[in-house]
Design a protein around this ligand. Structure first.
Ligand code: ASP
Length: 362
């Protein structure tokens, strides 16, 4: 009897530790293979920030709504025509880049020294191929250049003059940097510079390191509520793509790069999980690897898309002191929208195939 007990004890205590690692229970991992829902899906954003109800005139609100609807429908039409998710993402982002309303392409914000420095990235969820550009001054549509980096070069990211040389080689449209000059963005920079000057000239600030205006303070300034653009698409073959394009943050120091062109921070796509595009205080998105984290929560913890997005944006990002939001879509076309700012310009195609445009929080 004693011997039996000893053997039983051995089996219970020792064997599990020398047994080969167990596979995780099926419920803990998401289904990595298998048929995908053929539903098409498309969602875009036009930036997150302090967008309080009533802060836009009816005309301004209409202009935003119309442009978002135009972009979401253009991308969706491409998907309906059988085009790949990457095309839908590029088409919609180009429309938003060409509009002065958004902080990307034409409407890019100004750096501290009065320039426009653009960043963008795109990712293919089927192959995990990705392309990104940062700090370009002359590329009319940075999302198209990001896609060229992905498809026509062996690299993932190109920056500055080199990226523009590559753009010229690829016959991608270059413009005079003056093309990006817009009055509201210029005024926003002047306001922030003045605030900075006023702050540093206050007696208590004498002898202290000049403090720059925070994103939260900056976002409250007029004309500075409108951010980055992004898109996530699911095509008829079940492929997901995501892309993001931005002018960054008003008054950013020369050479600063945010999260938008950082794969895993501002943009991520993986057919096995989801696609994500973010907007907000880029430094925090980079530290948290926001977009990849949402994908990982789906992959390793089998969280649904909305729960994964909320956990990262409302708990982790918020907890660290960052603000912003994400749009996301899983491999079945379910969407996740999460932001901890007052509003986020966004539009998507609903289950009935109709465009829905939203601006404010719920
Ligand atoms: N995420 C962008 C950046 O930090 C800015 C934004 O989305 O408003 O460059």
């Amino acid at each position: 009897m004693k011997n039996y007990l000893a053997i039983l004890l051995l089996v219970i205590t020792v064997l599990p530790s020398i047994a080969p690692a167990q596979k995780p229970a099926p419920a803990e991992i998401i289904q990595l293979q298998g048929p995908q829902n053929p539903r098409l899906g498309f969602i875009i954003h036009g930036g997150a920030g302090v967008i309080a109800k009533g802060s836009l005139t009816p005309q301004q609100e209409k202009a935003y709504r119309d442009k978002l609807e135009e972009a979401v429908l253009a991308g969706y039409k491409a998907l309906q025509a059988g085009k790949p998710a990457l095309d839908a993402v590029e088409i919609a982002i180009r429309i938003l880049e060409d509009s002065p309303l958004f902080n990307a392409g034409k409407g890019a914000v100004f750096t501290h020294d009065g320039k426009n420095e653009l960043d963008a990235s795109i990712m293919d969820g089927k192959t995990l191929a990705a392309g990104a550009v940062a700090g370009v001054h002359r590329v009319k549509n940075p999302i198209t250049l990001a896609r060229a980096v992905m498809e026509k070069s062996p690299h993932v990211m190109m920056i500055g003059d080199g990226a523009e040389q590559f753009a010229a080689e690829q016959k991608i449209e270059l413009v005079d940097p003056k093309y990006f000059w817009t009055q509201p963005r210029w005024d926003a920079l002047q306001l922030i510079l003045k605030e900075e000057k006023d702050k540093s000239s206050k007696p208590e600030a004498q002898g202290q390191k000049p403090k720059s205006v925070s994103r939260r303070e900056a976002a409250e300034l007029p004309y500075n509520k409108f951010g980055t653009v992004g898109a996530v698409a699911l095509d008829k073959d079940g492929n997901i793509a995501a892309g993001t394009s931005t002018g960054g943050m008003t008054n950013k120091k020369y050479g600063r790069v945010g999260d938008a062109p950082i794969i895993g921070a501002g943009t991520y796509a993986n057919n096995q999980t989801c696609g994500v595009s973010g907007t907000g205080w880029g430094e925090y998105f980079i530290r948290l690897g926001v977009a990849r984290d949402i994908s990982s929560l789906m992959e390793y913890r089998a969280l649904p898309i909305q729960a994964a997005a909320d956990l990262v944006v409302k708990r982790k990002l918020q907890g660290l002191g960052g603000d912003g939001g994400v749009i996301a879509m899983d491999k079945f076309g379910n969407i996740g929208i999460s932001f901890n700012s007052e509003g986020m310009y966004r539009a998507y195609i609903n289950k009935e195939g109709k465009p829905v445009v939203e601006i404010y929080g719920k």
